[in-house]
Design a protein around this ligand. Structure first.
Ligand code: PMP
Length: 435
């Protein structure tokens, strides 16, 4: 076999032949309930007829019109759809090929914005410890996972990391959620002052932390405080919604629930819904205008940026979400899944926390509930759960998080927005067996 299976070269993965709604089906006829959409990608499940038809129709018309030379109806309509639903102030959309590239583009856009407005010293970035923003060199430098970064050091030297908002482990027993949120947000101010505000371009964070912490939402008030601090020092705020955005939390953008408008939103995963590889940037009018009235050209662009067929697929995903009322369904099914998980695992000796929003739910695995002690990372409990779940015909997304003894293994659940009640039962039953 010539395909380099990247994460475990000693095993052979199942060979998937078909998708059918919430299921993937392999060459042995085994069905896998897709409870995570891969890494929170397949938001409509597989082979949705409206999406495949739209892709076929676009392919029959034109698949690729270079977006640096041309515009197309699908790129325009997709941009309009995303901007219309975005927090007020977001005025433009730009498309790339995936999440890491969206983050790279956001890093560069922030730098370009400050060059355009005559503040070239603003070149530094602040992100959070134990965060994940992608796997290209810039996004990797931004991410706060020391284990991932280590083999590639030295990376971009202009990134500082502060504490994440991770209530389960970091909130003090005597502290209210709100007080905790303000305390941890204020680390941003300290970091900006330490770097010198005139040197800081942007702060990046996920409103609900996906892969690195297992669906940990910011506590109420945290993002607003972060916004205030960024405004006070003229620092751009970037929300990385690659994983938590596009309806996953029950709102088209996770930050809508917090009522906070960032300067840039990065998106991918659910944008293409697995039908197409596509990512994007949603850009505040203030940034767009500074560049439009300045040099008039974005200094970032790739060959496949705004790929026509990818835009047609993403647009069809958006239409299905609207036409089938799926945001409301995410909230409804999310509440049911949360209740069922609480029911089944609320007192489980090795599940310390069940959290998340909408159909973006995380379970944190602990060696001991009382002390919240992590499992020994060498045991790779998360990997065993992934394997046993696969044997049960369940695809979930467990990760090993324990980089410094302060975040544990966890399981991310991100099923399709149209998952049925009986599939929710199947999910919880199979997960229970796997755990
Ligand atoms: N940002 C976040 C928050 C992510 O979760 C991911 C992917 N897990 C990325 C960026 C990178 O996206 P991609 O894998 O599409 O490059």
């Amino acid at each position: 076999m010539s395909y380099l299976f990247p994460r475990d070269m000693k095993t052979t993965p199942p060979t998937i032949l078909r998708g059918e709604g919430s299921y993937l089906i392999d060459d042995q006829g085994r069905r896998y309930l897709d409870a995570s959409g891969g890494p929170a990608v397949s938001c409509l499940g597989h082979n949705h007829p409206a999406v495949t038809a739209a892709i076929q129709q676009q392919a029959a018309a034109v698949s690729y019109a270079y977006s640096l030379f041309f515009t197309t109806p699908v790129i325009e309509e997709l941009a309009e759809t995303l901007v219309t639903q975005a927090p007020a102030g977001i005025e433009k959309a730009f498309f790339v090929s995936g999440g890491s590239e969206a983050v790279e583009a956001a890093l560069k856009l922030a730098r370009q914005y400050f060059l355009e407005i005559g503040q070239p010293s603003r070149h530094r970035f602040i992100a959070r410890r134990r965060s994940y923003h992608g796997n290209t060199l810039g996004a990797l430098a931004l991410g706060g996972d020391t284990v991932r970064r280590q083999p590639y050091e030295p990376l971009l030297q202009s990134v500082t990391h502060i504490a994440p908002c991770y209530e389960y482990r970091d909130r003090r027993p005597d502290e209210s959620a709100e007080a905790y949120g303000l305390r941890v947000a204020d680390e941003l101010e300290a970091a900006i002052l330490a770097q010198g505000p005139e040197n800081v371009a942007a702060f990046f964070c996920e409103p609900v932390v996906g892969a690195s912490l297992g669906c940990a939402p910011a506590v109420p008030g945290y993002l607003k405080r972060i916004r205030d601090i960024c405004d006070r020092y003229g620092v751009l705020l970037v929300f990385d919604e690659v994983m938590c955005g596009m309806g996953r939390t029950g709102h088209m953008y996770a930050c809508l629930e917090d009522g906070v408008t960032p300067d840039i939103i990065t998106t991918a995963k659910g944008l293409g819904g697995g039908y197409m590889p596509i990512g994007g940037l949603l850009i505040h009018g203030r940034i767009y205008r500074a560049i439009a009235e300045g040099s008039g050209a974005l200094k970032h662009g790739h060959t496949y940026a705004g790929h026509t067929l990818a835009c047609a697929g993403a647009l069809a995903v958006q239409k299905v979400i609207a036409e089938e009322g799926l945001l409301a369904q995410v909230r409804e099914q999310g509440a049911k899944l949360t209740a069922r998980l609480q029911d089944r695992f609320g007192q489980h000796p090795h599940i310390g926390d069940i959290r998340g929003r909408g159909l973006f739910l995380g379970l944190e695995l602990v060696a001991d509930r009382e002390s919240k002690a992590c499992f020994d990372p060498a045991k790779r409990i998360w990997l065993k759960i992934r394997q046993t779940a696969m044997e049960q015909g369940l695809m979930c997304y467990p990760s090993g998080g324990c980089v410094d003894g302060r975040n544990g293994d966890h399981i991310v659940l991100a099923p399709p927005y149209n998952i049925t009640d009986s599939q929710l039962d199947e999910l919880v039953d199979k997960l229970s067996l796997a755990i």
